[in-house]
Design a protein around this ligand. Structure first.
Ligand code: SF4
Length: 299
């Protein structure tokens, strides 16, 4: 038996969270873009950075989405095993998306595969996408929302390499993909890289890497070094803001890894655009919350 009152209350909260994430950049992304704008002083770049800043100011002021493509809504939920409303969560997430679609408003982005019809409400087969993690000895839920836009999802891919290709092979795959499709993701992008033993694990880790703050580093010193070297190398491509050339290409590179099979080396890539709509909120059993990615904000 599901608690209808809790579903209503929680879906209201999560819907407000989605609306806010759609019209405000997280604190870390906002700070990084301001830092990059100071470096980009030539060509079109200052105009593009100014347009981005004006765009965000208007989105905040008018409470409208910061980009017309509000993406497919994806939730990444770290649920404490003691959280009292676990049964209600699937319904909460669906209701929250339906409410946010009207309130934000969100563009209708859920097209049913094979039937090829747009559902018109951002809910479809396995959409919103929900990734579940159970966390022992916790009674709260750490919820991430990510708005997966079309352009920023386009460079996404996963491939299994022979281990002989080594970490150089991973770098080659990343540069091939970024030089082919990077501009579609409205740079400067945050690049998420997953390294694992199979394609689906690498792909999922690359998306989870995008949930980490810009400027954070992998705990493994070798992985952290690879993040830094990739960031330097990708900036050398000079994609610039909007892909119209400049001194920089990426807000950063975040790598996540899982142990691999001895005979495989899989790499996954996900990109987040400059309008990196990701939010994180911690919800307690009494439904009070801490808005992790936008400190001090009340929903
Ligand atoms: S890549 Fe991002 S900023 Fe560009 S159109 Fe898509 S959602 Fe909007």
């Amino acid at each position: 038996m599901h608690d209808a009152k809790i579903i209503d209350q929680l879906s209201d909260l999560v819907s407000s969270f989605i609306c806010y994430a759609g019209s405000h950049l997280p604190d870390d992304v906002d700070a990084k873009l301001k830092e990059m704008a100071k470096v980009e002083t030539e060509g079109f770049a200052p105009t593009i950075y100014k347009a981005m800043a004006d765009n965000m100011e208007l989105a905040n002021e008018l409470k409208r989405p910061s980009c017309q493509d509000t993406g497919i809504i994806q939730f990444f939920a770290k649920v404490g095993t003691g959280f009292p409303y676990q049964n209600e969560l699937p319904e909460v997430f669906e209701q929250a998306v339906l409410k946010a679609t009207e309130r934000a408003p969100l563009r209708h982005n859920a097209v049913q595969v094979f039937d090829e019809n747009n559902t018109g409400n951002n809910v479809g087969v396995r959409v919103p996408w929900i990734d579940w993690e159970l966390v022992p000895d916790r009674d709260d839920i750490e919820l991430y929302v990510y708005m997966a836009g079309g352009g920023c999802s386009l460079p996404g891919m996963a491939k299994v390499l022979m281990p002989l290709e080594g970490y150089e092979g991973i770098v080659r795959v990343i540069f091939d993909q970024m030089t082919s499709y990077g501009v579609n993701a409205c740079p400067p992008v945050l690049l998420g890289v997953g390294i694992a033993g199979s394609a689906e694990v690498a792909a999922k880790l690359s998306k989870k890497a995008l949930l980490r703050p810009v400027g954070s580093h992998n705990e493994n010193p070798k992985a952290a070094m690879m993040e830094e070297e990739l960031e330097k190398g990708l900036n050398e491509l000079g994609l610039g803001p909007g892909g119209l050339s400049g001194k920089l290409s990426v807000m950063g590179v975040n790598i996540e890894q899982a142990a691999r099979h001895p005979a495989t080396l899989a790499v996954g890539i996900s990109t987040a655009c400059w309008a990196h709509r990701r939010g994180c909120i911690k919800i307690n059993p009494d439904l009070t919350y801490d808005f992790v990615t936008s400190k001090g904000v009340t929903l």
